[in-house]
Design a protein around this ligand. Structure first.
Ligand SMILES: [Zn+2]
Length: 302
């Protein structure tokens, strides 16, 4: 269960968060950054929380000695381990981003774990051009496949590094026709549970289609519950967060946040649309997220 607001938890106070992502497939800066440098930036801007990758969407880890993926090539030292030590020395909490459904390296070993659309094509995180050949960057893996066990290992390794929270920054498994998964694991589970094959074409008059739609949300929430349970096994007060993109970025759904009540301690309301939305947009998205998440759930916003 998520911890309620009345319990003594580290996140029950005003938080100022520095989120630091590596999206550097040209290797321009990853080898120049250390955990200490990130902590120094956090201190400079008076942040009391750092959000950072334990594993990125390509499948690389940002620490050494784990089994969840190879360390990021060119990484200086033991990035995340050093960051956690340095941050704690300065009273700053660390939230690790783990278990993104996108994982290219794992896909290259286990392509049968991929989410595939109704045409059998991998479901990608990136917005790939519709013309020409596109080399996948971020194929998404399916939480109904053995990928979920791998994701559990990622959570465990992050907790062992001493992080104070975990964020499922990009945990995607969506019901909309172009992104919905028809992999063999999904098809088999659905048939076992309901006795029908998964319908392919949307038909709202068909109860099996509606059942499939609802079931996909339950798949996400069940997977999040499993991962959250792993995080809380440590007995430490580890914050469990989920990135919701409340305005629907790339088809994200607030319904996950609502159905995951009791599982999440916090929601990151990432407002990527703020660039072209009117003033007040982020405040509205925070209100919406609070309403969906229920009492006592912390909302991060940007
Ligand atoms: Zn699937």
């Amino acid at each position: 269960m998520a911890l309620s607001a009345s319990e003594k938890v580290w996140w029950n106070k005003p938080l100022r968060v520095l989120q630091f992502d590596f999206e550097d497939f040209l290797d321009l800066y990853a080898s120049k950054i250390t955990g200490r440098k990130v902590v120094e930036v956090a201190e400079k801007i008076r942040a009391n929380v750092i959000v950072v990758f334990a594993r990125d969407a390509w499948g690389y880890t940002y620490y050494r000695g784990g089994r969840a993926g190879p360390p990021r090539p060119g990484m200086k030292g033991d990035f995340l381990r050093e960051l956690v030590e340095e941050a704690h020395r300065r009273g700053i909490k660390v939230v690790a981003m783990v278990a993104h459904t996108a994982n290219k390296l794992l896909y290259m070993k286990h392509s049968d774990w991929a989410q595939v659309n109704r045409r059998g094509e991998p479901v990608l995180l990136e917005h790939a051009p519709s013309l020409g050949r596109w080399r996948f960057q971020w194929p998404q893996l399916c939480p109904n496949s053995p990928f979920l066990e791998h994701a559990t290992l990622e959570v465990r390794e992050a907790i062992e590094l001493g992080v104070d929270g975990i964020l499922f920054d990009s945990f995607r498994y969506q019901p909309d026709p172009e992104k919905a998964c028809y992999c063999r694991w999904c098809r088999q589970k659905f048939r076992e549970e309901f006795g029908y094959d998964m319908p392919v074409d949307p038909d709202w008059n068909n109860s099996v289609w509606r059942t499939l739609w609802d079931w996909r949300y339950r798949v996400v929430v069940k997977a999040l519950s499993r991962l959250a349970e792993e995080a809380r096994k440590s007995g430490r007060k580890v914050m469990v967060l989920y990135n919701s993109h409340p305005a629907g970025w790339a088809g994200r759904a607030n319904r996950v946040v609502e159905e995951a009540r009791g599982v999440l301690d916090g929601v990151f309301a990432e407002c990527s649309e703020a660039d072209y939305q009117p003033p007040g947009f982020i405040a509205e998205m925070v209100k919406l997220t609070k309403a969906m998440a229920g009492d006592g759930v912390k909302v991060f916003a940007s």
